[in-house]
Design a protein around this ligand. Structure first.
Ligand SMILES: [Ca+2]
Ligand SMILES: [Ca+2]
Length: 313
């Protein structure tokens, strides 16, 4: 629902006015000019339409401003029409004295993102409304007390290291993961990940809606594959089977930026700005997030994660 607050009256580009002299009448309102020339009727020019700021977030207002000049010899009232995206949203009268200019202002607030075209009697301008970005959680891993699980267990370990979070998984059975120890329902998560050492035949993953025995996992490998899994009460259900993608950068030291959208039943995985998989599954509603590594060959795989952000959808 849009909301228009009218701050001042505004006028049409050109037009006539009720208060102006009637051409056939010969008597003016207290003019006293007594039979001389008839004053030119009010005539309006609208100019200098400006909308500022040109970009706002949802719920923030923009101000529309224009000048209305009366080039006639008598004052008058003019009716102005404001349109947004071609739809008339407000009609107002403005009084402008003879040979005077009045500034007119509208305040406009939109609650849906998009581009809006404002039209005021033939003049147009546009403004952008952007979605409000709400960060639910973020971690650049510079603070080693930010809450992720840190441990060493046999050949597996998870640790903060030089502003990244490292997880190393040995080839021995089982994967290695660390939880954020938080809870999210619907969200978008972005995280960078890169292979540090060991095999590129691995899975490096984001776990989400984790509650112990059940969770989703969106995974990429350092040799160019992705997959999506649902673990439900300890049983694996493949949501997306392993698939190769040229958008996943391969090898050690290269960063892949992973984005997962988890909104209601819709789960999607994007890597480096490319949507790779989208599935519908309603098995799990909320839970923790985690980072996970699984070595599939050689003796181990060490992956580092950074710049993790969880946004509200
Ligand atoms: Ca960092
Ligand atoms: Ca392992």
């Amino acid at each position: 629902m849009k909301k228009i607050a009218f701050l001042a009256v505004l006028a049409l580009l050109v037009g006539s006015v009720a208060a102006a002299c009637d051409d056939g009448g010969g008597v003016t309102n207290g003019d006293g000019d007594g039979g001389g020339s008839t004053p030119a009727p009010a005539e309006f020019i609208v100019s200098n339409l400006v909308v500022a700021p040109a970009e706002v977030e949802v719920g923030e207002s923009v101000t529309l401003r224009a000048d209305v000049e009366n080039i006639g010899e008598v004052g008058g009232t003019y009716t102005a029409t404001l349109k947004i995206n071609g739809v008339e949203v407000e009609t107002k009268d403005i009084v402008v004295a003879a040979a005077d200019t009045e500034m007119i202002l509208f305040e406009i607030t939109e609650d849906a993102p998009g581009t809006y075209t404002v039209s005021l009697d033939g003049l147009t301008a546009t403004f952008e409304v952007t979605a409000v970005i709400v960060v639910l959680f973020s971690d650049n891993f510079s603070d080693e007390t930010s809450g992720w699980d840190v441990y060493t267990y046999g050949g597996d370990w998870a640790a903060y290291e030089n502003g990244w979070f490292h997880i190393s998984d040995s080839l021995a059975a089982g994967t290695t993961h660390s939880l954020a120890n938080r809870n999210f329902t619907d969200f978008i998560i972005e995280v960078d990940m890169k292979l540090i050492a060991g095999t590129d035949d691995n899975w490096q993953s984001v776990m989400f809606r984790y509650d112990g025995n059940s969770y989703y996992s969106a995974e990429i490998s350092a040799d160019g594959y992705y997959e999506m899994q649902l673990w439900l009460n300890g049983t694996l259900h493949m949501l997306v089977n392993p698939t190769r993608s040229s958008h996943i950068l391969q090898g050690q030291g290269v960063v892949n930026s992973v984005r997962i959208e988890c909104i209601g039943n819709r789960l999607s995985l994007s890597v480096n700005g490319h949507l790779l998989a989208e599935v519908t599954d309603g098995s799990l509603q909320s839970g923790d997030i985690g980072l996970e590594v699984n070595a599939l060959a050689d003796t181990f795989s060490e992956v580092a994660f950074d710049n993790l952000v969880v946004y509200a959808p």
